[in-house]
Design a protein around this ligand. Structure first.
Ligand code: FAD
Length: 462
């Protein structure tokens, strides 16, 4: 009897345990349901919708080469899938587990909605180890990264990746599918995705090619990862987020590298697992501060006044007057991605220099990143803002100009802030007002911002 594979952020054929199990059990009906209502304030942002469109298109083409296809439906996922199971006579819906609270809920609802004789079969496969499975000696999940990472490393490598299914049998007749174009996931007017089309190749094949390239580069990651002017990080984040490649595939491809670069990189992959462990324990973590300061005394809230709103907009548009921050925010807008070092500098600038509530930054990143990830984004924003379970301290305030020089971002600034392209390496990090031309003056001086942030923090702590 037919088997449904419910695809979400796991848009690949290799090392896809749900797909693998379905293909062994009968004819396969791969399905993606666009369920816009379920995630509330974390419904897909614009950049995510763009990526999703191309990733579905790419997977559809790959399935086509196996004489299969992907069925697209829109609506409440549990309802849609339960009726599709009836319609097709499928006995089992196979799916990878996802840990966002709305997906966990959907899995429970689907189990309840399925008619007798049909079941939901869930598998793990998007993380190195199933979130929640690595525990302390007393059986509790870890809250802090360092001991979590140590425990993870003791359990590595992850299981061997599964191959692509050899054959994918088609059902006798295909259920109807929406046309992808009718979902309007791509921007039309204005078409803001030109920079993204140039920067990215989307899909499983592109993810594997990038990984092959990265295998030759990973050795220099320990030194290169902090240099935004260089292409010295993997840029696998959207591929991992959308599940076009699994972390087990990444691990096994690189594990024999034995370089310092690989050791540092492995710990970054573990950060990704760590973030899922955090949202598994605290499902609202990307929405609520974990530490309880008196936040009304800490943040300037853009909803409370025009001036604060306009500060937020200057940050969003890359017009703060701090070249490295603006280069980052413009890279984000153009490409849907930002270098990690600059994400830290730009995020810290919003919460500490501008004292704007981290949630406004989290939401902007959510809308504009192609790798926007509920766990990774929430955990990193709370880490930067000093409000999280495992945080950088609020009083450690990053100095954007020093960071810019230290990590040699002149080339990066030239690329994304072309108004400053003619300035020398020495002056581009912090141009004199007379050398800025049309580029804005600094919104606030570093010293003044630092003092304001420390005073607000002292008051909020009480
Ligand atoms: P690499 O340096 O090559 O790292 C390899 C992989 O490890 C990444 O692809 C990613 O999956 C994982 N990883 C690396 N750093 C982290 C980290 N700090 N936390 C969790 N996983 C990590 N990453 C996202 O995937 N989605 C987000 O929404 C996101 N939001 C962020 C928000 C802020 C404020 C900050 C400071 C960081 C955020 N990150 C996020 C983490 C990190 O910046 C990106 O994962 C990284 O820049 C992606 O580029 P890369 O693939 O070249 O990373």
């Amino acid at each position: 009897s037919p088997q449904i594979v419910w695809l979400r952020r796991d848009l690949r054929l290799a090392d896809q345990p749900a797909f693998h199990a379905a293909a062994k059990s009968g004819p396969v009906i791969p399905v993606h349901v666009l369920d816009d209502g379920r995630a509330g304030d974390h419904a897909y942002g614009g950049a995510s919708r763009w990526w999703l469109h191309h990733s579905l298109e790419s997977l559809g083409a790959t399935l086509g080469s196996h004489h299969s296809r992907i069925v697209l439906r829109r609506g409440d996922a549990p309802q849609v899938l339960a009726s599709l199971a009836e319609e097709t006579g499928a006995t089992c819906i196979h799916a990878l587990r996802h840990y966002e609270p709305w997906w966990k809920e959907a899995e429970d609802e689907l189990r309840d909605a399925l008619p007798d004789g049909r079941e939901l079969c869930l598998y793990d496969g998007n993380y190195l180890l199933p979130p929640g499975s690595v525990t302390t000696g007393s059986g509790d999940p870890y809250k802090i990264y360092t001991p979590f990472s140590k425990a993870m490393l003791e359990r590595m490598p992850p299981r061997e990746p599964l191959p692509e299914p050899d054959t994918i049998h088609s059902p006798e007749s295909w259920p109807e599918s929406d046309a992808l174009a009718d979902w309007s996931l791509l921007p039309t007017r204005p078409d803001w995705a030109g920079g993204m089309r140039e920067f990215w190749e989307v899909g499983e094949t592109a993810a594997c090619e990038r990984l092959n390239w990265w295998a030759d580069e990973v050795a220099s990651y320990d030194n290169g990862r902090n240099l935004p002017s260089e292409d010295m990080t993997s840029r696998l984040s959207p591929h991992l987020h959308w599940g076009e490649i699994s972390p087990a595939q990444v691990w096994h491809k690189l594990k024999d590298k034995r370089s310092e670069g690989w050791r540092v990189f492995a710990k970054e992959l573990i950060w990704r697992d760590y973030a899922q462990n955090v949202i598994d324990q605290f499902p609202d973590y990307p929405r609520d501060s974990y530490r309880t300061y008196d936040e009304r005394k800490l943040w300037r809230n853009p909803k409370m006044g025009h001036l604060i709103q306009s500060d937020l907009e200057r940050w969003q548009r890359g017009m703060t007057g701090y070249p490295v921050v603006d280069a980052g925010m413009r890279q984000l807008w153009q490409t849907g991605w930002m270098h990690n070092r600059v994400r830290m500098i730009a995020a810290s600038f919003l919460v500490k220099h501008l004292l704007i509530d981290w949630r406004f930054g989290e939401q902007w990143f959510w809308d504009t990143l192609v790798d926007a990830d509920y766990g990774n984004n929430g955990v990193n924003w709370q880490w930067i803002s000093g409000t999280g379970v495992d945080s950088n301290m609020f009083v450690r305030i990053m100095a954007p100009l020093t960071q810019s020089e230290k990590f040699d971002s002149a080339g990066y600034i030239r690329e994304y802030v072309p108004e400053l392209a003619k300035l020398s390496d020495a002056e581009i990090h912090d141009p004199a007002d007379s050398r800025r031309g049309a580029y804005p003056k600094k919104m606030i001086g570093h010293k003044e911002a630092r003092e304001r942030a420390l005073a607000a923090y002292a008051e909020a702590k009480g």
